[in-house]
Write a new protein. Structure first.
Length: 656
């Protein structure tokens, strides 16, 4: 059997950037893009060294660019010294101190604006509060906060004093928080009494207390609590302190801790195949360079932009494109506490209108949900301020791409469909909006300096239009340095011997005749059906292209004859058929539709309907739960992070 992963999706529409966008772009036209690619190919290390010198303010300039003597434990700019917070805040004070840095919109619609000067003062005050609690360079600090100005301040303050932060998404359970506290041996937790989402108050501090009471958390000596709500809060007098009390009397100036470019900036946990979270460790200098360059290249950042990334800071997207990237380039950005569907499904569009957002970056799951809840809603708002749209988190299916382009962007805004990972720290493959023509569903071409390829299971490159494993052949500054406390897992998982030193991304992909990359799903989401290896994303895209389907997720189930059978979970745009016969008729129609779109091999064996899919509060589909449901297994995983746990019972129903 061939180990190629077969591509069945054929998308031929091409959208070149408009001439006026090309003229103003930071990377203007394909010749400019190719010139950067050629420079990197001629001397990979020198290319990144030039960018690091031009875009980062160094306290002590580096003299060594790349140290690959202990590959894959690469070091970049190691003898250089800098401070990430200084690069995000202090460097702007003389030139644009009064410029708005953050526009914070709370769940209830209250808006707070903070200038660079004010943000700098807040960060310094809080950094001094941390130092007063004996938190110092190299200490680990858990941040468990809602989306807020305080979340950005806490992260920047840790960076300022050289403490290593680990942000835990505010929807995670006490168990998840407990695991991360133990693994990092954190000395402090920064949290809030509660958070607001969709008009509901959700406690946070009791979750922290539960996690600390679970044992083995003796390393934690301080819990700082931001007062977001007004109710009673459980308290430990020897350990807990209110945020406002911690900063009281602290000076608004704090000299930064100058650190090596290789000093760890943060640890961010991502799920692993074993179920035990992996603490992805990022450096200071290389990570910062990636954040800055992707802001300039992919988001075509201009000083007049109002940038809005809708991701929570609990995810890497919120790290790079909320807390660090926008501030490092001096942008004005929107930070949003709430959810896109409350008080109604027009919330995102109203915010774009009200804040004159120019660059909007969100996830395909949010886009598909908003199509379902009101595909014509954006037309009721003035979205003329928009000039660039972005997609992140998973491949965007072509039909959602077209809706995003036409209805939200008015057919004038390029879409940057970005492929990257927690582990890469920055975009790896994405159209540069003023240079690369877009194809709906494709992340297009690698960024300059990123040497991406597709290989088979033996690490050999496969030809275009044949699927395989996505790899990056050369090291790059923003990549993870290790798994916290587990270098063996890092090396085995990301640089396995059969990959010849390449970084194994864990995604399957193929390239088309133009060399464009198409992501087909995670390697562990590849289905093996009758000797064929199929990517789940393409089957999902075909289903969503049907007029009745809003969203779909596809998983495999063991099959005695075919190896695996295809099970699809489908959310319809309208109500689910009430009668069994009507449901059977629609299932047959959808199966034939996929067969017509992709070929009989991709036809789902079973289709189940649900009012929604099991998602985390960040919008990520929990495919492991779907695999368990499809296989009739009892669900033993922690489901406390699900937006709607009741949906699981609905998805167990089979139309007979």
């Amino acid at each position: 059997m061939s180990d190629d992963i077969q591509s069945t999706l054929h998308e031929t529409r091409v959208f070149p950037p408009a001439d006026d966008f090309v003229r103003q772009a930071n990377v203007s036209g394909m010749d400019a893009y190719r010139a950067l690619v050629d420079e990197a190919e001629r001397d990979h290390a020198a290319f990144w060294a030039r960018l690091a010198r031009e875009n980062i303010a160094w306290r002590k300039p580096f003299t060594r660019t790349l140290d690959d003597a202990n590959a894959p434990f690469y070091k970049w700019f190691e003898d250089g010294e800098l401070n990430v917070s200084w690069n995000c805040l202090d460097r702007h004070l003389d030139t644009q101190g009064d410029k708005t840095a953050l526009i914070f919109e709370a769940d209830d619609g209250t808006v707070t604006k903070v200038s660079y000067r004010e943000l700098h003062a807040r960060v310094c005050q809080f950094a001094n509060a941390l130092k007063a609690k004996k938190i110092a360079k190299g200490d680990r600090v858990i941040i468990y906060l809602p989306m807020s100005i305080e979340a950005v301040v806490a992260m920047q303050a840790c960076a300022r004093i050289g403490a290593i932060h680990s942000v835990v998404f505010g929807g995670f359970s006490a168990r998840s928080l407990h695991e991360r506290i133990i693994d990092t041996q954190a000395c402090a937790v920064i949290t809030a009494d509660a958070q607001y989402r969709g008009g509901r108050e959700m406690p946070l501090k009791p979750v922290v207390d539960e996690s600390l009471a679970a044992g083995d958390c003796e390393s934690v000596h301080t819990v700082i609590v931001y007062q977001r709500a007004s109710g009673e809060t459980p308290w430990n007098d020897g350990r807990d302190i209110w945020w406002h009390d911690a900063i009281a009397g602290q000076p608004a100036v704090c000299e930064p801790e100058w650190v090596s470019a290789e000093h760890p900036l943060f640890i961010l946990y991502t799920s692993g195949s074993t179920g035990k979270p992996k603490g992805v460790q990022h450096s200071s200098g290389g990570y910062l360079l990636g954040a800055i360059m992707s802001m300039r290249w992919v988001f075509d950042y201009k000083p007049a932009d109002v940038f809005w990334c809708t991701a929570d800071v609990g995810w890497v997207t919120g790290h790079t494109y909320v807390t660090y990237g926008p501030l490092a380039v001096g942008a004005t950005e929107v930070v949003f506490e709430g959810v896109p569907t409350w008080p109604d499904a027009g919330r995102f569009w109203k915010m774009i209108q009200d804040h004159k957002v120019t660059t909007f970056y969100t996830a395909p799951t949010a886009i598909r949900s908003l199509i379902k809840l009101g595909g014509d809603l954006p037309k009721q708002y003035d979205l003329s301020s928009l000039r660039l749209l972005g997609s992140v988190g998973e491949p965007i299916n072509p039909e959602a791409w077209i809706w995003y382009y036409k209805v939200v962007g008015g057919e004038r805004c390029p879409i940057v469909d970005t492929w990257w990972q927690t582990e890469t720290g920055m975009h790896m493959i994405s159209p540069l909006p003023g240079a690369i023509p877009a194809k709906p569903g494709s992340c297009t071409l690698p960024l300059p300096g990123i040497d991406a390829a597709i290989v088979n299971e033996a690490g050999e490159e496969v030809h275009d239009q044949h699927g395989g494993f996505l790899v990056i052949k050369k090291p790059f500054p923003s990549q993870l340095r290790t798994i916290w406390g587990n270098p063996e897992r890092f090396q085995k998982g990301y640089f396995p011997a059969e990959m010849h030193g390449y970084y194994l991304a864990g995604d399957s992909a193929h390239r088309d005749e133009d060399g464009y990359f198409w992501i087909m799903g995670r390697i562990d989401d590849v289905l093996k059906v009758s000797g064929h290896r199929l990517g789940t994303m393409e089957i999902e895209s075909a289903l969503v292209a049907h007029t009745h389907v809003a969203e779909a997720a596809v998983v495999g189930r063991p099959h005695d004859i075919k190896g695996e059978s295809i099970v699809a979970f489908v959310v319809l745009k309208g109500a689910r058929p009430a009668e069994a016969e009507a449901a059977k008729k629609l299932i047959a129609e959808l199966r034939e539709w996929v067969s017509k779109e992709l070929g009989p091999i991709a036809k789902p064996d079973e289709i189940r309907f649900g009012e929604n899919l099991p998602k985390t509060r960040s919008g990520k589909i929990m495919r492991r739960l779907l695999r368990a449901i499809a296989q009739g297994q009892e669900i033993t995983q922690d489901v406390s992070t699900l937006e709607n746990p009741a949906i699981l019972d609905q998805l167990k129903e089979v139309v007979r």
